[in-house]
Design a protein around this ligand. Sequence first.
Ligand code: HDE
Length: 711
Amino acid sequence: MASIMSSTAQKVQHAVMGPREGDKTADFLKDTKEMTPNARLTTDYGVKQTSADDWLKVVSQDKTGPALLEDPFARERIHRFDHERIPERVVHARGSGAFGKFKLFESAEDVTLAKVLTDTSRETPVFVRFSTVLGSRGSADTVRDVRGFAVKMYTEEGNWDIVGNDIPVFFIQDSIKFPDVIHAGKPEPHNEVPQAQTAHNNFWDFQFNHTEATHMFMWAMSDRGIPRSYRMMQGFGVNTFTLINAQGVRSFCKFHWTPELGVHSLVWDEALKLAGQDPDFHRKDLWEAIENGVYPKWKFGIQVISEADEHKFDFDILDATKIWPEDLVPVRYIGELELNRNPDEFFPQTEQVAFCTSHVVPGIGFSNDPLLQGRNFSYFDTQLSRLGTNWQELPINRPVCPVMNFNRDGAMRHTITRGTVNYWPNRFEACPPASHAEGGYVEFAEKVAGIKARARSVKFQEHYNQAQLFWNSMSQVEKNHMINALAFELDHCEDPVVYGRMVTRLTDIDLGLAQSVSAMVGGEMPQKATRPNHGRKAPALSQTEFPGTKPTIASRRIAILIADGYDAVAFSAAYAAISAGLAIPLVIGTKRNKIVAADGTTSVTPHHHLEGFRSTMVDALFIPGGEQSIKTLSKNGRALHWVREAFGHLKAIGATGEAAAFVQIAIALPQITASVSGDVLERYGVVTVGQVKPTSFSEAVTIAKGAKGFL
Ligand code: HDE
């Protein structure tokens, strides 16, 4: 059987061969080189080298002796290595990305003149980078945090960046506070602890001191903070942008990305363990899905509010700590994003990609959202210290349309522009500005009048309504997860002032929530709500109720646990059914060496052994019978732990033949089943078929397919 690793390796090989035929993104990859056996090693100045192994030395007969500083090749190698690192992003340092395409299926010409949102015949190349916010580049993927969802669209009118997150609101309303919120969340200044965690005094001290952060911290403490996969997250532009149509009419707009796979999360115990067992869990997941051809997709939607309706809501539509509830402002889905190609090299593409909220195309504009205004300055600015003056010339950042202007020079300038003038106007009339009709960007003629002041509108002062709305909209399971998340985080705050005050803050949302958290973390048990809960709910906030998603096993990892003497028929049936569903079967054995089936002739070499891979890294588990195999697994503590842990993390478990009893014993099912009915058992996701022993391949497939909780 071909191993999953080797098939991935083959595809990687293919990727190195360069962009696929007909791939529009090829244009901005024109600097891509290939490492082939025909290529020869050279210095950076192009001279072929005879050795990459030995520094030039003065050698005696035994070939030892001092190294010569003269060796330009060796010095070049060390010098290049010494300077390999650039500053990591000040936030969102840890991330991974992929190429893909954006396709519009409905024109939004009634609200915008942006071609990318009106021309349904177009396919726009994109690069998307997902990230965590607080951790440094080497931190773990599965920590509790907000996730970045930054999309660069290489449109024919220029680059358009939607630099969004997986949570639709933000901690602060005015960007002047960004250094504070990030300093408070990052490791504390005295000892640089903790890494990639919000569970510490400073973060929660900040939350208490900023009532406007209440709504966002509720989202961060919900299951959204620990996504199962980048592919299973929503994306939100968060800020309020504007759209301008051909008639010059302006509306306010929010951008949405809604995943085809639905929104799914890890459970906290999994997230904690994965942070150690597989810190690259999300990075690998994205890579693996794309290599396996199960391309992640998102629907693209817009929420639009006309200028006339700007003040009709009980919140300010320019306040980034508020959502526009979908029952008030429905999302209009008009396009689709698909990610279908992994980067060729991480550093020049994923690391050097630079997003700027200020990069919009004609038909799209900004609003007076004070968070957005500051962001428009910050992103452009930060690229200078991270990448240098000419960062926009790096292949990953280059637009696919012509770039022509009088910006010149600066460190590491690549573009060579011919001609004798570098200013406008010039006697040749070279490179004149474009008119509106030619597609030039025209700012909306907004009338602005007022007095200079450091102020926010009255509606910006209200900070709790939507925090309550979010809490009320959660299912009971999600509420329990949030109580536990808050209890975990506040438990990591040693300062009683911090956790004591935060417990009282929770009474602004819900008394029951505050009491449950207080019961676990301490602080004075709250006796009454600070403000009444308005009781309202909003659809589409709970991810258990997430609309419009069809359950699928495609791209999910399903482990098959075996030892010598396994039932080859059940094994092959499950393997085939898993592969047919486009899921990834991962064979886990007692050893990564040939494992022989009960029939004595069939064998398989597992992808991993029980100690090397853990249940946390898969979505479901299947165990075929086979007397000897099950005898061995029953005596193996790690095998038992695999099953128990998978059960504890609510994973689907399937078992046939002798494995049925093994699973039941491993998860102490007899005790559980004594008090619950079969229905409830299926809700646990455990399906065992003990009595029926498959005798033929097709029968086994039928059984496997019929196992509801499993496939
Ligand atoms: Fe960012 N943010 N941010 N941010 N942000 C950066 O830009 C900033 C905010 C987001 O994959 C930095 O290139 C300010 C909201 C993502 O490369 C920096 C404010 C949202 C990424 C910066 C915010 C985001 C960044 C650091 C105002 C969701 C990663 C590196 C309070 C809508 C992009 C960089 C990537 C990165 C500033 C708030 C999302 C410093 C001043 C709100 C996804 O410029």
